[in-house]
Design a protein around this ligand. Structure first.
Ligand SMILES: C[S@@+](CC[C@H](N)C(=O)[O-])C[C@H]1O[C@@H](n2cnc3c(N)ncnc32)[C@H](O)[C@@H]1O
Length: 270
């Protein structure tokens, strides 16, 4: 069973369109400001692109997408296919492991930019039973970043997720917070931007605080996955010329103004 995709995901995403729309709008606004120089896109783990704006996809001449979920290709076509066709964007969607395929995909598409679409925050859920999630995720991230060095790439991923009381009806959805990738994740102790949703209890660390090279401009986005379970998403786009330094240290940033403990086992998206 796919712990981060599959029919259950599609059903939930379809049903949650209205609830997720503020976050989809924030992603769309961020992507509108991302102007890749490449006209070719490698799209990793996009599912149906439930939260991806079709308009951004139309800027490319060709798209190669890959997801392990065999249903994703069909739903992606249903959501974006007609517009891509009208705009003359060539696209191919393959079912497979994006990480295992990454070296081959990069070699086959040397000029393509890459978007990891909510994939990296799922890595920990794919940890083999004999391995520690922190070690597994860190090794996978290290390898992905090594492969992407010198490439133009971006990622949308979960940083943390957990229970929240939710927004009072009159309260505006939390705005995107601008940030810059630093070597330690101390800046993440500032949760004021998310406090309107009243996070509480134990939050899950998705082990993705060291994805981007130091100096990368980031945005923190809130996502009401369900009214009382929220995600802290991070988005960023890496230009090859923006430093090649890979952050190495993981600081303990979980000691925050609201209490949460890292949980080693929880089903994603419950
Ligand atoms: C949270 S969903 C992504 C949702 C997507 N951003 C959207 O807007 O619908 C995570 C996706 O990553 C896919 N995935 C997880 N690990 C993968 C891997 N190693 N290779 C390819 N796809 C993967 C899952 O099948 C799932 O579709």
């Amino acid at each position: 069973m796919n712990p981060s995709g599959g029919l259950r995901w599609h059903w939930r995403a379809w049903r949650s369109a209205a609830l997720w729309s503020p976050t989809s709008a924030l992603i769309a606004r961020w992507l509108a400001g991302v102007q890749p120089s490449s006209k070719k896109l490698l799209l990793l783990g996009p599912s149906a692109g439930w939260m991806l704006p079709t308009e951004w996809l139309l800027r490319f001449d060709s798209i190669v997408a890959i997801d392990i979920d065999p249903f994703a290709r069909w739903f992606f076509g249903w959501r974006h296919g007609a517009a891509l066709k009208v705009a003359g964007v060539r696209w191919r969607y393959q079912t497979g492991d994006a990480l295992a395929e990454l070296p081959r995909l990069l070699t086959a598409n040397p000029q393509a930019c890459v978007l990891l679409d909510n994939l990296l925050g799922q890595l920990r859920f794919h940890t083999p039973p004999w391995q520690d999630p922190t070690v597994f995720t860190s090794l996978q991230l290290g390898e992905i970043k090594r492969l992407l060095r010198g490439r133009e790439w971006g990622s949308v991923h979960d940083l943390l997720s957990g229970p929240a009381q939710g927004l009072p009806t009159e309260h505006e959805f939390p705005a995107a917070r601008q940030a810059t990738a630093v070597e330690s994740a101390e800046h993440l102790t500032d949760v004021a931007w998310l406090s309107a949703a009243k996070p509480n209890g134990d939050w899950l660390d998705h082990l993705t605080d060291q994805v981007f090279p130091v100096g990368t401009e980031l945005q923190d986005l809130a996502w009401a996955f369900s009214p009382h379970y929220w995600h802290w998403l991070q988005v960023g786009w890496v230009k090859p010329e923006v430093g090649t330094q890979v952050p190495v240290s993981r600081s303990d940033y979980l000691n925050r103004s609201f209490s949460r403990r890292v949980q080693s086992k929880r089903e994603p998206h419950d």
